[in-house]
Ligand binder design. Structure first.
Ligand SMILES: [Zn+2]
Ligand SMILES: [Zn+2]
Length: 351
């Protein structure tokens, strides 16, 4: 098979389209013929060697996979050859530890992420994924855009519904609203009956933010304090939920906008060592707010995202589709920060 292989950290050009041995399935694995794989900022960090948990080269990057099962291991019972499946970012979780047993498998200490360490990622014609990390795609979903369901949509469902416990009628601030995750957060919040205030620093992304359903759009200078704008947009009350998709650069503005009894959920922060942030403890305590973080997606959350897509309540936003051999160009687009929505890679035979 062909795959994108990076043998060392470096610029996008370290990724080359290479002939590889096809993967053989372990007893609990399915070999998936890749229909599409999302290109995600996560892989840019891995490629640069900026992933906080380290990397193990050589790698085949990629964790946002949709495709067809073409071979199953001897112990697989829930999937058959011909099933169309989405991978849940990880090659496997252990299924036995405390985290796995309590619906928090995203924190399984023995999880193996696709594309971080070794030759197991989805920038390839074939990828082997354990049956515990796959979900069948409902027949009503035919678009390859479903590849991004887990990373770009499931993470935000995790944050909004299962961490922040969004209630109908609440107000949600989405920062980094024009990016690949922000646009889906807006859609999810609207589908949940929330009012959405969206913050973006990119004039060229405003239209996409509007189309995603934002009620108020705040176009602010990069690095500027936008808390006053949010307070104005909410009649001085602030937001019940602040979904912080940017991180240190906007955290201090964001925390000032959390309403009484509100929740801030940190989702984004791509710097390996972000600058420390100073928080006003008096303001924090005076409003009884809570601060959370959310990462990744459980299999249940991925199943729920697929249901939402099938019902038309959420639509994956993909703005570029490139042949897999041009993965380097996809990374250049990601690093420029210019992408509105997500980028898909498709095997060259399908491009
Ligand atoms: Zn991703
Ligand atoms: Zn586990």
């Amino acid at each position: 098979m062909k795959a994108i292989v990076a043998r060392e950290t470096g610029p996008p050009s370290v990724m080359t389209w290479t002939d590889m041995e096809p993967p053989r399935p372990a007893p609990d694995e399915c070999v998936v013929k890749v229909e599409a794989c999302g290109a995600c900022m996560h892989e840019v960090l891995v490629r640069r060697g900026d992933r906080a948990q380290g990397t193990g080269f050589p790698i085949i990057p990629g964790h946002e996979v949709v495709g067809e099962v073409v071979e199953i291991g001897a112990a697989v019972v829930d999937f058959a050859v011909g099933d169309r499946v989405v991978a849940n970012q990880r090659q496997r979780v252990c299924g036995k530890c405390r985290e796995c047993r309590t619906g928090r498998e995203t924190r399984c200490p023995r999880k193996v992420f696709l594309g971080d360490i070794g030759l197991n990622g989805g920038y390839a014609e074939l990828v082997a994924v354990s049956d515990g990390s796959l979900v069948k795609v409902p027949p009503g979903i035919t678009s390859p855009h479903v590849a991004i369901a887990s990373c770009a949509i499931g993470t935000q469902l995790n944050a909004l519904r299962d961490v922040a416990h969004l209630e109908i009628g609440e107000t949600v601030l989405v920062t980094g609203a024009g990016g690949g995750v922000g646009l889906h957060a807006i859609q999810l919040a609207k589908a949940s009956g929330a009012r959405v205030v969206a913050q973006t620093t990119s004039p060229e992304k405003v239209e996409a933010v509007r189309q995603a359903g934002a009620d108020e759009i705040l176009l602010v200078e990069r690095g500027a304090d936008y808390s006053k704008d949010v307070m104005e947009a909410t009649a001085g009350r602030g937001c019940d939920i602040v979904l912080e998709n940017v991180g240190a650069a906007s955290f201090l503005s964001s925390i000032k906008t959390v309403a009484l009894h509100g929740r801030l959920v940190l989702v984004g922060e791509v710097q390996k060592v972000p600058p420390p942030v100073e928080v006003d403890l008096v303001g924090w305590r005076g409003r009884d707010i809570t601060i959370h973080s959310a990462a990744s997606t459980t299999r249940r959350q991925l199943e729920d995202v697929l249901t939402l897509i099938e019902r038309g309540l959420v639509t994956p936003v993909v703005t570029d589709t490139l042949p897999m051999s041009e993965a380097a160009r996809a990374h250049e687009i990601l690093e420029s920060g210019s992408a509105t929505g997500r980028i898909l890679l498709v095997p060259d035979t399908a491009a």
